[in-house]
Design a protein around this ligand. Structure first.
Ligand SMILES: NC(=O)c1ccc[n+]([C@@H]2O[C@H](COP(=O)([O-])OP(=O)(O)OC[C@H]3O[C@@H](n4cnc5c(N)ncnc54)[C@H](OP(=O)(O)O)[C@@H]3O)[C@@H](O)[C@H]2O)c1
Length: 233
C-alpha cells in the first residue's frame, strides 16, 4: 500500500495479469486505491497479487461475468490485449468485442471513468500491424465505442495509445505525448502507460482525451501529470 490516497473509488482492472495490467495494479496500490481485478485465471491472479486486491474470475466474452466484475466499481482500466489470430483471444474477440462489452456493462453499472490502453496507429488501416487479424482496426472500433458511451453526462474516458511496449520501472524517461495519431514509432515503458491511466482517474486535464505516447530522453521524473496539461482542450 502506498503513502497517498488520492482517489477514493474502487477500480476494476481488466487484463490485470498481463504485463501492462500488472503495472496498473501496482501503481493503483502505490496510491492506496482499492483494486478489483477481472481475470480468466483465478490462480494466476492470486499468485501475482495475493490478498492485496479483490479478484473476480470470468470471461470477457460473457456479459454476465463482466457485469459481475464491474458492479460496485467507480472506474475501469483496461489493459486487455489479444494474442491469437482467431478464437477467444483474437483481436475481434478481445480488443474489439471484449472492450466494447466491458464499456457497455461498466456504463450500465454506473461506472464514472474508463481508461483504455490502445495503440499508436489505430487510425491507419494500411499499417502493417493490421496483418495480425486487423488488430489496430479492432482497437479503433473499441476506442470509438468508448468515446461515444462514456461521453454521457457525468462520465469520462481516457485513451492512451502507446508505442512499442518495454518493461522497466516508471518515471525514468521524459515522455513525448501527442494527439491525432501523428507518431509513427517509438518505445514506452509499460509502467509509464500504467501510470498515465492511473493518473487519469483524478487529473482533470486527462479526462476525455486520446493521447499517443512514446519515450523521450532518459531522465528521472517526479510525476507524469504535467504531460496531460500540455494537450489542447
Ligand atoms: N506489445 C506492444 O509493443 C504494444 C504496442 C502498443 C499497444 N499494445 C497494446 O497494449 C496492451 C497491453 O499490452 P501487454 O504487452 O501488456 O499485453 P499482455 O502482457 O499480452 O497482456 C494482455 C492481457 O489481456 C488478457 N487477455 C488476452 N486474451 C484474453 C481473453 N481471451 N480473455 C481475457 N483476457 C485476455 C491477458 O490475460 P492473461 O494474463 O490471462 O493471459 C492479459 O492480462 C494490449 O492491448 C496491446 O495490444 C502493445
Amino acid at each position: 500500500m502506498g503513502d497517498r490516497s488520492v482517489y477514493s473509488g474502487r477500480v476494476l482492472v481488466a487484463g490485470a495479469t498481463g504485463r501492462t495490467g500488472q503495472w496498473v495494479v501496482k501503481r493503483l496500490l502505490h496510491y492506496g486505491v482499492a483494486v478489483r481485478v477481472f481475470s480468466r485465471e483465478g490462480d494466476k491472479a492470486v499468485r501475482l497479487f495475493g490478498e492485496s486486491v479483490e479478484i473476480v474470475v470470468g470471461k470477457i466474452q460473457e456479459s454476465e461475468d463482466v457485469a459481475r466484475a464491474v458492479k460496485g466499481c467507480d472506474a475501469v482500466i483496461s489493459a486487455l490485449g489479444s494474442s491469437s489470430y482467431s478464437g477467444d483471444s483474437s483481436p475481434a474477440s478481445v480488443d474489439r468485442d471484449g472492450v466494447k462489452r466491458l464499456v457497455d456493462e461498466a456504463a450500465k453499472a454506473g461506472v464514472k471513468h474508463f481508461g483504455l490502453v490502445s495503440s499508436l496507429g489505430v487510425t491507419r488501416w494500411y499499417h502493417p500491424l493490421n496483418l495480425f487479424a486487423g488488430v489496430l482496426l479492432k482497437k479503433w472500433e473499441a476506442e470509438e465505442h468508448l468515446r461515444k458511451v462514456f461521453s454521457l453526462p457525468g462520465c469520462s474516458w481516457t485513451i492512451v495509445r502507446p508505442g512499442g511496449l518495454k518493461d522497466g520501472e516508471p518515471l525514468r524517461h521524459k515522455l513525448h505525448v501527442d494527439t491525432g495519431d501523428r507518431l509513427w514509432s517509438g518505445w514506452i515503458n509499460r509502467s509509464d502507460v500504467a501510470e498515465l491511466l492511473v493518473l487519469s482517474l483524478w487529473v482533470e486535464h486527462a479526462k476525455n482525451k486520446t493521447v499517443e505516447v512514446v519515450n523521450g530522453i532518459e531522465q528521472e521524473q517526479s510525476g507524469l501529470a504535467q504531460y496531460f496539461d500540455q494537450l489542447p482542450d
